[in-house]
Write a protein that binds this ligand. Structure first.
Ligand code: HGY
Ligand code: MN
Ligand code: MN
Length: 417
């Protein structure tokens, strides 16, 4: 990379941290984290704040029909496709302050730093806030970037419902963030995403930077088990059609399938609903979502097949009805080697310790990778904890990753002397 005015360019660490802490005040959780779920009033408040910050930095906003926000810093070449740099501002119901947010606000900080140094780039840079990355309220995860990549139709996405039965389309309209742009009409030169690791590897290996080469593939399998509602006291054991028992046996089986697939495979359940969910009524209906992941394609598919086959056997034995729907999926992702090299070189040049890593969590970068060369930068998080209000990072970790993001992006966006 040619020497340039900001050879040892670094972001403004204090400004990034202050911006993160400001956003953390929007949609506070009950234990120090955030509950800024997608398309809630808190999400709307965070969007408005982010829009103000971006427009104060001279970026111009575009919004698409899924509500994704694209904030453009112009380049010098009108024909050059933009370099997109982003992540997500929506959080889990008991989310942390950094999951997604660090990537979006570091991309903003990148633009702010280029403004400070009066640096121009040939390619425009687009700071991006993808709508509904988490999939907590409206499954699947990465819904908006999935529509952008042509994985889902806009109609499918608008029809997705939250546990209260509210639809994505209606809620997006309610908060006033239905954009004009067709989803996916934008073309990307490249995509970078900076994210906390959400796992324990970087901290355990004492590395400041994760050079993300791949991302695990994922299945979300939504099971609906049908039992017979009956009195928990007066119904003899032999007469029970017990969907709750079937669920328990399936959860145990998922654990076994995941452990048999070691190393580097995971499986578990985060969400379940009992109906009628009354202490003294055996459930007539149990729904739950199985989340399995691994970076190995064959292993991912065989885990799914085993779980579906054995779940059917468990339910048949108990006389419980069983149906399953795949409500989320992406195959393992290999990120663009040339962008991965940019991240690794940037860490090296800046003197940050680094290691190659496979992302355990899914990210919008997984769908962006279908549209253009894409990659990620990661920083450690304390105890590898995420999707927990106690999620924590150090200011030094946040800064290191943002410095690397800036330098890697400039390798692609091309500084104009
Ligand atoms: O589920 C995921 O991996 C991401 O946090 N949405
Ligand atoms: Mn995330
Ligand atoms: Mn998340």
């Amino acid at each position: 990379m040619a020497a340039f005015a900001g050879e040892n360019m670094r972001i403004n660490a204090d400004r990034l941290w202050d911006t993160l802490m400001e956003m953390a005040k929007v949609g506070p959780g009950i234990a120090g984290g955030n509950n800024r779920q997608t398309l809630t009033d808190a999400d709307a408040e965070g969007r408005v704040l982010f829009q103000k910050w971006c427009e104060d930095a001279g970026l111009t906003m575009g919004v698409d029909k899924m509500g994704t926000m694209f904030m453009t810093r112009p380049g010098t070449d009108p024909d050059a496709l933009p370099v997109y740099v982003g992540s997500h501002l929506d959080t889990q119901p008991t989310g942390g302050k950094y999951d997604g947010v660090l990537g979006v606000l570091s991309a903003l900080e990148l633009a702010r730093t280029l403004n400070d140094l009066n640096i121009k780039t040939r390619h425009p840079i687009v700071v991006t806030n993808w709508a509904n990355e988490e999939g907590a309220r409206f499954a699947p995860a990465m819904l908006a970037s999935g529509v952008f990549a042509g994985i889902h139709t806009l109609e499918y996405a608008y029809g997705r419902k939250d546990p209260e039965g509210l639809s994505y389309g209606d809620e997006l309209k309610r908060i006033g963030w239905v954009g004009e742009e067709e989803v996916g009409a934008r073309k990307m030169h490249a995509y970078y995403e900076y994210h906390i690791e959400q796992g324990p590897i970087l901290e355990a290996e004492n590395k400041e930077i994760g050079v993300v080469t791949h991302c695990q593939g994922l299945w979300w399998l939504e099971f609906t088990l049908t039992g017979k509602e009956a009195h928990t006291g007066s119904t003899p054991m032999a007469m029970r059609v017990n969907a709750g028992l079937a669920m328990a046996r399936i959860l145990e089986m998922v654990q076994t399938v995941a452990m048999d697939a070691q190393p580097n495979a995971v499986g578990g359940v985060g969400q379940m609903f009992f109906s009628p969910n009354s202490r003294n009524v055996l459930p007539g209906k149990v729904t739950f979502s199985v989340d399995i992941r691994t970076a190995d394609q064959d292993k991912l598919d065989s885990m799914r097949a085993k779980i579906e086959t054995q779940a059917a056997e468990i339910c048949a034995e108990l006389g419980v009805g069983c149906s399953v729907e795949a409500v989320g999926h992406f195959d393992p992702v290999t990120f663009a080697p040339e962008l991965v090299a940019n991240v690794r070189d940037a860490a090296e040049e800046l003197g940050y310790s680094h290691m190659d890593i496979v992302s355990g969590a899914g990210h919008d970068a997984c769908w962006a990778a279908k549209m253009a060369p894409a990659t990620m930068v990661m920083c450690p998080c304390v105890d590898g904890l995420s999707h927990n209000e106690a999620e924590d990072i150090s200011k030094e970790w946040a800064t290191a990753g943002a410095d690397v993001l800036l330098r890697a992006v400039l390798k692609t966006a091309e500084i104009v002397e």
